[in-house]
Write a protein of this length. Structure first.
Length: 448
């Protein structure tokens, strides 16, 4: 039976930038940068004639306009565009802990989106990895062209959140480039990984249901044709579209240095992205993770199959952050009780306060002395906030807000100093059913 690759010869035709074959419908869908009438095309550029010439007389041809209105060699890799649109509200903010879907990119790029986390390195695949990375290490994913600058970056380059275009600088580094799959003809993914500090990372996906991802789809992608998918990204926030193709071969422009690259096995949905959304995670309506967004046009959005991302990079995307016993063997001698030393050295979290704050949903909220929001809270939103705490003396402390715990140090203010206050940035989910008020659980204390 024919497959999409059997129709890749159509990519040689004028304006053709993508093809996909639907075996069930015996239909080849051809994506063109500009749709022209048959009498404006030479015979070698007429896709219907080309299909008939190779003997597929019973195959239906559907020509789809990508909306460029000009002749092009490929779709756009969305974070290689020179003119990156401004980010959606809140997506260009500095976020700690870092959620997926926020502005994030290589320090030498413009802007992109941080993708799935946590992903655990398996050691499989043919990706290029930093020698310091070992199986079971955790990483965050995005596109090669977002983290690795389309193969041009050196391992170890800084990744910033927010992206440079959104004001990110040296103090906003959240990790380093530690691995990627090279972008080259015939590849199935545009993916890279950065290092993480788990205490500064969130396994949440900005503005999406906190239970997502409910699963990771690793097969049966042909069943997705006609399904609705949703992404969360830096530029256009949360958007949805219908899947139009599930095994597409596409030509994508990666900029002057890398040129046009052919990728296979791609998902194509309708419009739901713009420049800077590259790296966005893509979900089904039930929260199953299905794709990693990387390219598109004014009419289409192109995503890697997430199963290919895992296999070719050599990672496993986890549904939640692993517990203390889920990591790699620490090398301790169980027979001799060496592991006990880790327990004795673990920090002890002593509670010195725990309270619930009632927060008004209407009107100004910056008058709150210990908790201020970046914007007025609205039901079903995830917003940034700042909690101000005062320590009794210098030391290490912990703060837990809405079940997310982080640690910090309060330095000695110096001789004669009395400023032991600390402002801690947090993210807070406003519940769907909130009416006039909602509760935010806040707790904290010293680490002894």
């Amino acid at each position: 039976m024919p497959t999409t690759q059997d129709f890749e010869y159509l990519l040689e035709c004028r304006n053709v930038i993508g093809v996909d074959y639907d075996e069930d419908e015996r239909e080849v869908r051809v994506f063109v940068s500009r749709k022209l009438p048959p009498d404006a095309l030479a015979d070698e550029d007429d896709v219907e004639k080309r299909v008939r010439e190779v003997g597929d007389a019973d195959v239906t041809v559907d020509v789809v306009d990508a909306g460029y209105d000009e002749e092009r060699e490929g779709f756009d890799a969305l974070s290689t565009l020179e003119a990156v649109p401004e980010a959606a509200a809140g997506r260009s903010d500095r976020r700690r802990p870092v959620p997926a879907g926020a502005s994030e990119a290589n320090a030498n790029l413009t802007a992109g989106t941080g993708g799935p986390y946590p992903a655990r390195v398996t050691g499989d695949g043919d990706a290029l990895w930093d020698e310091a990375i070992e199986p079971n290490d955790l990483v965050r994913l995005s596109n090669n062209h977002v983290y690795a600058r389309s193969n041009a970056a050196d391992l170890g380059e800084s990744i910033l959140q927010p992206s440079p275009h959104d004001g990110g600088g040296p103090n906003d580094e959240v990790g380093e480039l530690v691995g990627y799959v090279p972008v080259e003809d015939g590849v199935r993914v545009d993916v890279a990984a950065r290092s993480v500090d788990p205490e500064r990372e969130s396994d949440r996906y900005a503005e999406l249901d906190e239970a997502w991802p409910t699963g990771v789809r690793r097969d049966a992608y042909d069943e997705l044709r006609g399904e609705t998918v949703t992404k969360t990204g830096r530029t256009t926030g949360v958007t949805s579209a219908t899947v139009e193709a599930t095994s597409a071969s596409v030509a994508v422009e990666f900029g002057a240095e890398q040129g046009t690259v052919r990728l296979r096995d791609q998902l194509i949905a309708g419009y739901m992205s713009e420049g800077g959304d590259s790296g966005s995670p893509v979900f089904l309506e039930d929260g199953e993770l299905v794709g990693l967004l990387f390219a598109g046009s004014a009419q289409q959005t192109i995503c890697n199959r997430i199963g290919n991302v895992e296999r070719e990079l050599g990672v496993e995307i986890l549904l939640e952050e692993p517990g203390e016993d889920d990591g790699a063997d620490d090398g301790g001698d169980e027979e001799n009780g060496d592991d006990a030393g880790d327990e004795r050295d673990a920090p002890v979290y002593t509670t010195t306060f725990a309270t619930d704050l009632e927060v008004a949903l209407e009107g100004p909220i910056l008058e709150l002395e210990s908790l201020t929001f970046d914007e007025p809270p609205r039901p079903r939103s995830r917003i940034g906030a700042t909690v101000v705490v005062t320590a009794s003396e210098p030391g290490s402390y912990w703060l837990e807000v809405a079940d997310e715990r982080r640690t910090f140090d309060v330095p000695d203010p110096g001789a004669g100093g009395d400023d032991l206050r600390r402002a801690v940035a947090v993210d807070i989910d406003v519940p769907d059913g909130a009416n006039d008020v909602f509760s935010v659980a806040v707790a904290g204390g010293r680490i002894e």
